[in-house]
Write a protein that binds this ligand. Structure first.
Ligand SMILES: *Cc1c(COP(=O)(O)O)cnc(C)c1O
Length: 481
């Protein structure tokens, strides 16, 4: 079918999708340095062909609007369209150089969003400036660095990170100029306090944690951990990329954390992935506020102003106000959920994860038993006699129109299969997923070759993932070579 062809391949000279209005500039001569030497190579197609082509291309993609997307450590939840509509309103077409008096509306949104994030997380002040979660981590670690330097404590060059941490944590620490050391986990996936104690000395700048941690377990000793780190002179950084499980239920500030980032994309109604616009606000305790990058919006005499800690801040971290559209979506989402319903997000995301975990634990190996939070990890199939791997299971799920969970992460298990259903899915969807996972487990027992050969229903089969990531072919011309 021509649907499977590239738009260049269905091109026929002279076909047109529309006609331009008559030009008023017919006789205007552009100078030759502005003109291209050859005509642009554009596909020539009719309107119907364009419509069909892109409609069919969109069906080849997979998104949360097409099917279940239980990717762990990622929160692929549904983002209500109204928040996007609000961010698209023409009143938000602003210019960053506009005088502040004409930006009072958006500054109010910034101010209120900062305040709500503070209230939800228990930290004193937020800046909405960083562009992403990892960007927020970098800001947070630069603050850790500046804090120690300001106390003339230059020895502190090491950040402690658990073995289950998200890969951005050690990466951000290194970029900020630190060394990292890994603290081991207990059997139940939480931080091993004894091994933590052994690491503490006057070179420790701080620790990066997330709670619930990357395996979906709550660090119940967090208050003791905070005390240990503070007593040793370090700071606690909270990776708040996935805030779903604790929203309205628990607050990192109350657990003893000093700095955290929040992913507005993921938790607060902006889809993520594909390098799209994100926002990774950073919040800090009171004595670190002076290090925050601008802008921090303040309300003085009923006017919104921008506070600038020029002398003490770590400096500007992104352009102007950061990603305004993402902030507007987050604010609109926060208001539409409402303070009184905020805790439902945490409770339903936890309930959904536990429901799937308990329903599948007779087929998939559950290394860490007991109540999980918003996500959990299986260590592959229980029955490994036919050597069907987590990769095989993931590929087979594609044939059933399910996006596979996160695989081979976290690194603490060999066959990790990490599932995060999120709070936006209905019980029917969860039941469907459970049924499909059970079918795949049964296929692995009775017809392992079938699972190992999957996927069968996708356009491409098993890719060379390293090649696809490092040398993607994204241009028609490259494909021809
Ligand atoms: C997604 C994620 C990050 C990084 O966020 P980006 O916006 O992709 O940079 C950090 N930590 C955890 C736990 C995450 O899930």
């Amino acid at each position: 079918m021509y649907y499977d062809k590239l738009i260049f391949e269905i091109s026929k000279p002279g076909r047109r999708a529309f006609s331009l209005p008559k030009s008023d500039f017919k006789n205007y001569k552009l100078s030759s340095n502005l003109l291209r030497a050859n005509d642009a190579e554009l596909p020539e197609v009719s309107e119907l062909e364009v419509v069909r082509h892109y409609t069919n291309v969109s069906f080849k993609n997979f998104g949360v609007e097409k099917g279940f997307y239980p990717l762990g450590s990622c929160t692929m939840k549904y983002n209500p369209k109204i928040n996007q509509d609000i961010a698209n309103m023409s009143g938000f077409n602003l210019h960053p150089y506009q005088p502040l008096e004409s930006l009072q509306g958006i500054l109010e949104i910034y101010y209120e969003t900062q305040k709500i994030l503070s209230e939800l997380s228990g930290l004193d002040t937020y800046t909405l400036n960083p562009y992403a979660g990892a960007h927020g981590e970098l800001v947070g670690l630069m603050i850790v660095k500046k804090y120690h330097e300001d106390r003339n404590d230059f020895k502190r060059d090491t950040i402690i990170i658990p073995d289950s941490a998200h890969g951005t944590n050690p990466a951000s620490a290194i970029v900020a100029g630190f060394k990292t050391i890994e603290v081991k986990s207990n059997e139940d996936g939480t931080v091993n306090i004894d091994s933590l104690k052994e690491m503490l000395n006057d070179q420790i700048a701080g620790i990066m944690l997330t709670n619930p941690n990357t395996i979906g377990m709550f660090e119940k000793d967090i208050c003791e951990i905070a005390e240990l780190i503070h007593d040793a002179g370090g700071l606690l950084y909270y990776d708040g990329a996935n805030l779903n499980p604790i929203l309205g239920v628990a607050r990192p500030g109350d657990m003893g954390f000093d700095i955290m980032h929040v992913n507005l994309h993921k938790t607060f109604s902006t889809p993520h992935g594909g390098g799209g616009p994100g926002s990774g606000p950073i919040g800090v305790v009171k004595h670190l506020v002076k290090y925050l990058p601008s802008p921090i919006v303040k309300k003085v005499n009923n006017k919104y102003i921008i506070e600038d800690f020029n002398d003490t801040s770590i400096g500007q971290i992104s352009h102007f106000y950061g990603n305004i559209g993402v902030v507007i979506k987050a604010y609109s989402y926060l208001l539409s959920v409402g303070k009184e319903n905020m805790a439902d997000i945490g409770k339903f995301s936890v309930l959904n994860a536990n429901y799937i975990k308990e329903s599948l634990k007779d087929d998939y190996l559950l290394p860490i038993k007991g109540l999980c939070k918003h996500e959990f990890v299986f260590d592959g199939l229980i029955d490994k006699s036919a050597h069907v791997t987590t990769l095989d299971v993931a590929k087979r799920l594609l044939d059933y129109d399910v996006h596979p969970p996160t695989i081979y992460f976290p690194l603490v298990f060999k066959e990790s299969l990490m599932i995060e259903p999120t709070e936006t899915e209905s019980k029917d969807t969860l039941d469907d997923f459970i049924k499909i996972m059970k079918i795949v487990a049964e296929e692995a027992r009775t017809n392992p070759e079938l699972v190992k050969g999957a996927p069968y229903n996708t356009i491409v089969k098993r890719l060379d993932e390293a090649q696809a990531a490092r040398h993607p072919i994204v241009k028609y011309r490259d494909l021809l070579q």
